[in-house]
Write a protein that binds this ligand. Structure first.
Ligand SMILES: NC(=O)c1ccc[n+]([C@@H]2O[C@H](COP(=O)([O-])OP(=O)(O)OC[C@H]3O[C@@H](n4cnc5c(N)ncnc54)[C@H](O)[C@@H]3O)[C@@H](O)[C@H]2O)c1
Length: 245
């Protein structure tokens, strides 16, 4: 079984580094032409040049709905359509509920959840015309089990799961599949910012006894984007070393 994404176009948000970068590299290695998206155009273009296979860089602040809609239109124009949409960009602004400010709640919900809604709404038209589409939203195990100090982040990731199941039901008749990949603890800039105590507490809960790599997540995304996943929609695939089962 080989994953072949030749002639597919993939848009991956937050793909200049971390998990998004690994997803972009993997989809390109499988033959897709990838729209590499970051807040900074120069960084996105540099990443696209490194990724190759016709990848192009785009700038987008995903917290701004107008920019997300313009991004989808820009990528469709540049590549002639979008087959695979991966909503990966995400942030944390952790605090205990008592100290969590409204702006930290809003920023996380707007960046992690509203961005995906807007991108899907914009990209679905083209996918409907082709009667083929793959939408993959990157949530987190925290969206399934919650986490003290991450009420905003957990709500945004749980929201992505509800959004994805609704999209899966709404678009199934057009052969557009929507699934969630929920990573556990993956080694990136995001987790490098955690305290050693938090890292220790988390890692003791991983049966496979190691942190995941961005590639572990990217491999799951490539599978869900492929023909091999043609009968899978509305699912949450945890990539977490067995943390949540
Ligand atoms: N690292 C983990 O352990 C882990 C676990 C579960 C889920 N996740 C999720 O995986 C995704 C990627 O995380 P990562 O660990 O690679 O993080 P990261 O911080 O290394 O990368 C996040 C990416 O999103 C982009 N981004 C953030 N805010 C943005 C905005 N407002 N507009 C445009 N781009 C923006 C960043 O530029 C970056 O490219 C996130 O959605 C995150 O919540 C990560």
């Amino acid at each position: 079984m080989r994953i072949d994404l030749t002639n597919k176009v993939a848009l991956v948000t937050g793909s200049t580094r971390g998990i998004g970068r690994a997803i972009a590299e993997t989809l390109a290695a499988c033959g897709a032409r990838v729209a590499v998206v970051g807040r900074d155009l120069a960084k996105a273009e540099a990443a696209a040049a490194e990724i190759g296979n016709g990848a192009q860089g785009f700038a987008c602040e995903v917290g701004d709905p107008a920019q997300v809609t313009a991004l989808v239109e820009g990528v469709e124009k540049a590549f002639g359509g979008i087959d695979i949409l991966v909503n990966n960009a995400g942030i944390t602004k952790d605090n205990l509920m008592l100290r969590m400010k409204d702006e930290d709640w809003n920023a996380v919900l707007e960046t992690n959840l509203r961005s995906a809604f807007v991108a899907i709404r914009a990209a679905q038209r083209g996918m409907m015309k082709k009667r083929w589409g793959r939408i993959i939203n990157i949530a987190s195990v925290v969206g399934l089990i919650g986490n003290a100090g991450q009420a905003n982040y957990a709500a945004s990731k749980a929201g992505l799961i509800g959004l994805s199941k609704s999209v899966a039901k709404e678009l199934a008749s057009r052969n557009i599949l929507c699934n969630v990949v929920a990573p556990g603890f993956i080694k990136t800039d995001m987790t490098d910012a955690m305290t050693p105590e938090a890292v220790q507490a988390l890692s003791s809960q991983i049966p496979l006894d190691r942190f995941g790599s961005p590639q572990d997540v990217a491999s799951a995304v490539a599978f869900l984007a492929s023909e091999h996943a043609a009968y899978i929609t509305g699912q949450v695939l945890t990539v977490d070393g067995g943390m949540v089962m």
